[in-house]
Design a protein around this ligand. Sequence first.
Ligand code: HEM
Ligand SMILES: N[C@@H](CC(=O)c1ccccc1NC=O)C(=O)O
Length: 277
Amino acid sequence: MTTYDPASDGAQMSFDGRMSYGDYLQIDTILNAQSLRTGAHDEMLFIIQHQTSELWMRLALHELDAARRAIAEGAAREAFKMLARVARIFEQLNSAWDVLRTMTPSEYTRFRDGLGQSSGFQSWQYRLIEYAVGNRNLAMLKPHAHRPDLTARLEAELARPSLYDEALRHLARSGLPVPEDVLSRDLRSPWIAHPGVQAVWETVYRAPEQYWEAYELAEKLVDFEDYFRRWRFNHVTTVERVIGFKRGTGGTSGVQYLRRMLEVELFPELWHLRTSL
Ligand code: HEM
Ligand SMILES: N[C@@H](CC(=O)c1ccccc1NC=O)C(=O)O
């Protein structure tokens, strides 16, 4: 029996002057970006885990941006699909912790010193996601001061209405009584839970059939935050498992800092209304 040759089935085998898989996807660029600083076996895992996370975050930002635009243009239904995709991306990021968790403290210690003061705390894409959805803490701009291009991107984001701002503007346009001070708020400031906003969401949740689109939008936001919270929880648990209560390379208290971040509520009214419904 002769070995099967896919060329006989028409497979393209010559890429001289033609765009190939690697050309289109710039595989060489991606696969040349793992510069290990130590000889530690697990450093490759650590780098790839972060690089893949950053790629998924890139897609999440692309989707969040488009979802926000769709809501602003009154096409909320189109946004639902994108928000569902963002939740799935976070599910992907959540599953990825299972791979990193196979690294023990002994293994991490072999290359941790090589990380210097670098830390996920300095991930500008992560910060951009937080800013885009509405968690706007200006103090988080500081680690990017040495990169005017990134600072400008984060600043540009702070000048725009967040995903939550756009959702509330959408409710206002559809006739719901969103308080004026919310619609004209200083966009750069952190979101503070507002009783008037909770009252509006309560109206929606008390009569879903009457406000179906707003109801669906609300549940998509809650879904997203649910997955985001799981990411934070997986992170802090992995960190405790690997470095215990050591300070972070980024200079924070480590687990204590990350536990504090677990208290962040992106869309507080959507969670609070559940108690009063
Ligand atoms: C062994 C693995 C990991 C350890 C020990 C670890 C540890 C830490 C610590 C201690 C912090 C607090 C900041 C600091 O002082 O450094 C932090 C923040 C952060 N890490 Fe990790 N991390 C790990 C994996 C990851 C992975 C896989 C990602 C994915 C991109 C990530 C993303 C982040 C982000 C975005 C922050 C900032 C969180 C915030 O400000 O709310 N980390 N990490
Ligand atoms: N903050 C971590 C180091 C760390 O995890 C890290 C270092 C460089 C690039 C990304 C990282 N991931 C998340 O913080 C630590 O204190 O060990």
